[in-house]
Design a protein around this ligand. Structure first.
Ligand code: GLC
Length: 748
């Protein structure tokens, strides 16, 4: 929390800027001095130099290939160069050999760590620990800026309700509130103090609605109504803008027929007009050019014009601005004032980051911070908090003291690149500590390793070698899941079962009668129902990163107690997709009606349920949102509200007692859900409105109080106005979205 005096000062400065410029208060924290510098530089720029700032190119190969364009001022930003010596050479040419010496914005996809790789963002969300996630983003910024990167294309804020979509890995899951808290934390962590050379501009993406791709098929169209956008998909972006995000990226998808990169409503009206965003908007990779493929423009000139009309500032890899804006200005199709507005946003970010004073990276100092011990420790702690215990019959935690011979098997047991997850351009697998390596180090001479399957997609009819080894072992640890290549961008799946013969391997191991513990590493919630009977415990780790091995071993042997919670719903079968906890009630809500399996085959025309469900799989998930077990147990009691009726400006005070009713210390994620029973439009059956990690010793009870501003219950109703509609509400406090008994209250 900023000391109050700084808060007052920055508010006064923001107001003063808005007074001088007549604009909304700056969202990026500009000042009159910054604006003076921007205007002074802009006034000296030629049209060509202005357009050059709006051009971002992916570097690579030799610097000399870009030297001429740099000298002409035709490049405003480069991405994908992380050799600090080359970065400095790019900057030197831009700063010392161009007419105006405007430094470059050097960008990279630093998505969940730079060299030290943290769990994938879906795993970060599983921690329900924004403070820890902020710390991890800061580590990423220190390492990345240490090699010259001052702009990351992260955090990804796309709400994802369909696990067939490979990019579910990159976001914070299905819930708006959790996504919002994580977004704010990562923006703070990346950007830190803008005057510090370790500050890295965040880029909130992909604006907007990209995760709602029809069928969970990446790049597919979305059909979100404005109300869905405003109530579910946009709030994390708005919060991240308020948190000071310096940049934003438009998304590939067309929503309701309009591609985001040319979407005036989304970018110009909402982002700029309503939220007052005065940071930099960049396209996604060639998303400007892809509007031709969408059929939203005939050629690059037209899609360049449409992008600028939507107030998109920078073009990533279409070269549409560089090739056509000058001509468009001379023909009168585009106003130079619109170009000036874009260039102001770009220059503003460069000034705020101190690039004019300090464009170069200290190469030697940057080397020293990579993989620093404290960075690895932060990554391990995050991996420990992000793993989710989904099943345990008591076999876990294993006793390190009596650990006899351990059989380690499965395609993810020793896969240093795969456990890093998707979007790890700079994570060096040679630094990865796999579960096998961690076990061999901790239990020398006691670990036998028989992979069983080379990859997740390998197939075998028999497992004689693994079975024989299992018979000789005291415990079997099977590391299964999906490799990073099966997750992430463009990697949608229509079948979410464990691939290859993994399920058969697990069944063969279970058949030996030895205790089998499964650890699943993946970039999404896989459909593992059929595997649960074949293991005594199952720990789920969304690709856990560099230190995933030691983290998982600490959890398996009880040095750490699992506390992760599911940030997405786990389906029973892919045919249930999309299935998420904060769905609408419908007129015929499912209430556990009879499933086909319970009906005798000769039943004939027995009537089955007539509610919203699948005859064969029902409409309940395998594991709900917010779910995760611990080695101890927790009990909730004395849940109470401070009032029965609240006014619009009130804060709801929820009190409860949380007890650790088990025999080990543990951490519970206490979750508060609210349902608005009746609205001018139908409302979700419940929505997460607060959560808190609470650590208790065995037997300890603690009185807790959590607050929810009534204003957090506001939504865009039938009239399109965001407000809290008076009426009856219910509130739950529980350890997951499917538990707890509701208490009622009203809002006047
Ligand atoms: C990709 C992704 C985007 C990424 C960009 C630059 O296609 O959609 O998330 O930041 O290109 O690599």
């Amino acid at each position: 929390m900023k000391p109050i005096r700084i808060l007052i000062l920055s508010t006064l400065l923001a107001v003063s800027v808005s007074c001088t410029t007549g604009r909304k208060p700056s969202t990026v924290g500009t000042t009159p001095e910054v604006e003076r510098r921007v205007e002074q530089l802009l006034s000296r720029m030629t049209l060509s130099e202005k357009i050059g700032q709006m051009n971002q190119v992916s570097a690579g190969g030799e610097v000399a290939n870009y030297a001429d364009a740099l000298r002409k001022g035709q490049i405003g930003s480069i991405l994908n160069e992380v050799d600090p010596v080359k970065v400095n050479e790019y900057q030197r040419i831009a700063v010392e050999e161009s007419r105006l010496g405007i430094p470059l914005l050097v960008a990279r996809d630093v998505i969940h760590g730079f060299h030290t790789v943290f769990p994938i963002p879906l795993g970060l969300a599983s921690t329900f620990d924004p403070a820890l996630v902020e710390e991890g983003a800061r580590v990423a910024a220190v390492e990345a800026t240490g090699q010259g990167v001052r702009w990351t294309f992260s955090p990804m804020l796309d709400i994802a309700r369909d696990p067939r979509w490979g990019r579910i890995a990159e976001g914070s899951g299905e819930d708006t509130y959790l996504d919002t808290r994580m977004a704010e934390a990562m923006v703070r962590g990346y950007q830190g103090d803008l005057s510090d050379p370790s500050s890295m501009a965040a880029c909130i993406k992909h604006f907007a609605g990209y995760g709602a791709a029809e069928g969970g098929r990446d790049y597919n169209s979305t059909f979100l109504t404005e109300r869905q956008l405003r109530n579910v998909y946009l709030p994390p972006f708005e919060a991240a803008v308020k948190a000071g995000a310096l940049t934003l990226m438009t998304s590939f998808n067309d929503n309701d027929g309009v591609p985001s990169t040319g979407n005036i409503f989304l970018v110009k009206d909402v982002l700029r007009g309503e939220w007052g965003f005065d940071g930099l908007v960049v396209t996604d990779w060639n998303s400007m050019g892809e509007m031709i493929s969408h059929g939203f423009g005939t050629d690059r000139k037209e899609v360049a014009r449409k992008s600028l009309e939507a107030s998109v500032d920078m073009d990533m890899m279409t070269y549409g601005y560089l090739s056509h804006l000058e001509e468009l200005v001379h023909s009168g199709a585009v106003k130079e004032s619109d170009i000036d507005a874009a260039v102001r946003n770009i220059l503003r970010v460069k000034v705020l980051l101190g690039l004019f004073e300090n464009p170069y990276v200290d190469v030697e100092a940057g080397k020293a911070v990579q993989y620093a011990p404290e960075h690895l420790a932060a990554a391990q702690k995050t991996a420990e908090e992000s793993a989710i215990l989904l099943k345990n019959d008591g076999v876990l935690p294993l006793d390190p003291g009596s650990a006899g011979s351990i059989l380690v098997t499965g395609p993810l047991a020793d896969a240093p690149h795969e456990q890093l997850g998707t979007w790890v351009f700079d994570g060096d697998p040679s630094h990865t500590v796999t579960p096998l390596k961690a076990l061999q180090e901790r239990f020398p001479g006691k670990v036998t390793y028989v992979p069983g399957l080379r990859t997740s997609r390998s197939r075998r009819d028999r497992f004689d070698d693994v079975v024989a080894a299992a018979r000789r072992a005291d415990v079997v640890l099977a590391f299964l899941g999906e490799e990073s290549i099966l997750s992430g961008e463009a990697h949608s799946l229509a079948d979410l079962n464990l691939k290859g013969s993994q399920s058969e391997l697990l069944a063969a191991l279970q058949a030996t009668g030895k205790p089998v513990v499964a650890v699943v590493m993946a970039g999404r919630p896989l459909t593992i129902e059929r595997d649960l009977p074949n293991c005594r415990a199952l720990l789920y780790a969304f690709h856990p990163g560099t230190m995933g091995g030691p983290a998982l071993v600490n959890l398996l042997f009880g040095d750490e107690n699992p506390s992760g919670k599911t940030p997405v719903t786990f389906l029973r079968t892919v045919g249930q997709a999309p299935l998420y906890y904060n769905h609408n009630m419908t007129g015929r809500p499912y209430n556990g009606e009879t499933l086909l399996d319970a009906i005798p085959e000769e039943a004939g025309q027995t009537s089955l349920g007539n509610t919203s469900y699948y005859l064969d799989y029902g409409a309940y998930p395998l594991f709900p949102f917010g779910y995760g077990l611990s080695y101890t147990t927790f009990a909730y009691s004395d849940v109470a509200l401070d009032k029965d009726v609240y006014g619009q400006d009130d804060r709801i005070k929820v009190s409860l007692t949380l007890s650790n009713t088990g025999s080990r210390e543990g951490t519970e994620v206490v979750q508060v859900y609210v349902r608005d029973l009746v609205g001018s439009v139908t409302r979700p059956v419940k929505e997460l409105k607060a959560f808190e990690r609470v650590s208790l010793k065995a037997g300890e009870s603690r009185a807790l109080e959590m607050e929810i501003p009534v204003s957090d219950l506001a939504f865009y109703g039938l009239d399109g106005v965001k407000k809290v509609e008076p009426g009856a509400f219910r509130l739950w406090v529980a350890g997951d979205s499917a538990s707890g008994d509701p208490v009622s209250f009203r809002v006047d």
